[in-house]
Design a protein. Structure first.
Length: 359
């Protein structure tokens, strides 16, 4: 349980005081000489059900507000004019609040927690749809400027295009990626998604396009992503879904690289004798510990190594794993130490395994 303001809990008769997100618990609550009197007061107060809002002042001169069984404590809202309360106002200026304001904030926080107030999903969905349409017009206009006939022709025209045209194209594609990725956060969306298996696309051309997009991302200066290998195999399914998988993994490789401009992430394409195509996406940085590997593709899970480097949601690898499964493939992780005995630094390898390939 979390709260924006300090609060107290009683679990099996044990009283505990907790910091809020905005305000810490007053130091007086932590002093041993006050423990007995506080324990006795709050045990009695929390022994009854407190759904309705109630307020009061505790023995230390601090005010409390109880609402829907959460008791916020260590605040000063002017409920008492005692000498203790007056001393607290001087000692703890950041704990002073206007009473009506704080009560409304606590009620509002509860309404949000209970989903009584939210943006209707249809409004959010409609806005995302409109943004995708607008973004499509931008990318389509760039396609017309490039004036290409085939995917191979696109590569030549893109490489020779003006840098500003490249930036607009890359920005529109990355914006589309972000808008599409939002859908994967919706409950059960991936479980209900049905790829169009009547379509087929070139593996190499999709990989090459994503590498070019990230290599030309104007937000990441002097970034080179090395591409090695080739394949003429195709996959049946939606090219957009496959490219989202590639985008998630390449973005992940850049994000957690030790120094992506000095030691570039690389992408390798390998055709196996049995028709399977493997796409290995590597980046140099902190290795993922052995104990974290079995949970890497779990929804919302983040390795402790990743937590120390960058903020994140733990959804990227999960979404990539679910999407490649929908396309009949697989995703695995392996690592290679920088030197013998080094368990901390080296190459993190994510391998896309395309099983259901066609020629």
């Amino acid at each position: 349980m979390t709260s924006n303001y300090p609060f107290v809990t009683s679990i099996n008769g044990v009283i505990n005081f907790h910091n809020g997100k905005y305000v810490s618990i007053p130091e007086d609550y932590r002093k041993e000489r006050n423990k007995e009197i506080l324990d006795e007061f709050y045990k009695k107060l929390l022994s009854v059900n407190n759904e309705a809002l109630s307020t009061g002042t505790d023995p230390l001169g601090f005010d409390y507000i109880i609402y829907q069984n959460i008791c916020n404590v260590g605040i000063l809202v002017g409920l008492s004019t005692s000498s203790l309360a007056n001393n607290n106002r001087k000692k703890y200026p950041y704990h002073k609040f206007e009473r009506t304001y704080l009560i409304e904030r606590i009620k509002e926080d509860k309404r949000i927690q209970n989903f009584d107030e939210f943006i209707p999903i249809e409004i959010a969905t409609q806005n995302i749809h409109e943004l995708r349409n607008l973004n499509f017009k931008i990318s389509s206009s760039i396609d017309e400027i490039l004036d290409y006939a085939t995917d191979s022709d696109w590569e030549v025209k893109f490489d020779n295009a003006d840098d500003n045209i490249k930036k607009i194209y890359v920005s529109s594609r990355l914006t589309k990626f972000i808008l599409d990725n939002i859908k994967f956060y919706m409950p059960d969306y991936l479980d209900k998604l049905k790829p169009n298996t009547e379509r087929k696309f070139s593996i190499h051309k999709s990989v090459n396009k994503i590498v070019k997009i990230f290599s030309n991302d104007f937000k990441k200066k002097r970034l080179t992503i090395e591409l090695e290998g080739n394949t003429y195999k195709q996959i049946q399914g939606d090219k957009e879904l496959f490219e989202i998988i590639l985008m998630l993994l390449v973005e992940n490789a850049i994000k957690y690289s030790r120094d992506s401009s000095a030691i570039a992430p690389n992408v390798k394409i390998r055709e196996q004798d049995n028709g399977v195509v493997e796409i290995n996406i590597q980046s140099y940085g902190s290795l993922i510990p052995d104990e974290d590997i079995p949970k890497l593709f779990t929804r919302g899970y983040r390795s402790e190594v990743h937590n120390k480097i960058k903020d994140g949601t733990g959804m990227g690898l999960h979404n990539a794993y679910k999407l490649i499964k929908l396309l009949g493939g697989d995703l695995s992780y392996s690592k290679q130490s920088a030197s013998p005995g080094d368990k901390i630094t080296g190459w993190n390898n994510f391998t896309i395994i395309c099983k259901q390939t066609v020629t």
